[in-house]
Write a protein that binds this ligand. Structure first.
Ligand SMILES: Nc1nc2c(ncn2[C@@H]2O[C@H](COP(=O)(O)OP(=O)(O)OP(=O)(O)O)[C@@H](O)[C@H]2O)c(=O)[nH]1
Ligand SMILES: [Mg+2]
Length: 132
């Protein structure tokens, strides 16, 4: 079904710990919105995200990848952020400019602490914005 795109593009960051499935989620989002007809796989090296030679070689995200999709008249630009701590500044930079963030994590209690590098700076940003 064709929908007329209305309003501004929503920019959404996809963030979370290393190898939690962010790039796979982006691929699924692009697939369900009909943006791509064939869903790729990180291991097969055929995803829309992780398209740089280094990312393909390491089978991990090494930079932010952007992809746009439309769903029911709304246009989204997704920013798939790397989860490895060595690239965490890329994630922080992306979070400054987005409307929303999807936090991807494994549903395992022991791995909760892997979210700490993400939440601490977010809380700091929030606190600074709400200073009297
Ligand atoms: N079984 C299963 N495997 C998954 C799922 N999501 C991702 N994977 C696999 O987990 C591995 C890592 O997935 P990615 O999507 O690259 O994870 P990521 O969070 O983008 O990784 P980084 O960006 O490097 O932090 C890949 O081999 C995926 O095929 C899932 O929902 N189920
Ligand atoms: Mg990734």
């Amino acid at each position: 079904m064709n929908h007329k795109v209305i309003g501004a593009t929503r920019n959404v960051a996809i963030v979370g710990p290393y190898l939690s499935g962010k790039t796979a989620l982006l691929e699924s989002l692009l697939s369900v919105t009909g943006t791509i007809t064939r869903k790729g796989n990180v291991k097969d090296g055929n995803t829309i995200g992780d398209s740089s030679p280094e990312a393909r070689d390491r089978q991990m995200s090494v930079e932010v990848n952007a992809a746009t999709a439309e769903y029911e008249g709304v246009r989204f630009t997704f920013l798939d952020c790397p989860g490895s701590i060595e690239f965490v500044q890329e994630t922080y930079n992306a979070l400054i400019g987005v409307d929303a963030a999807i936090i991807v994590c494994e549903p395992v209690a022991d791995r909760t602490l892997t979210l700490a590098p993400l939440f601490n700076p977010l809380l700091s940003l929030y606190a600074e914005e709400n200073l009297p």
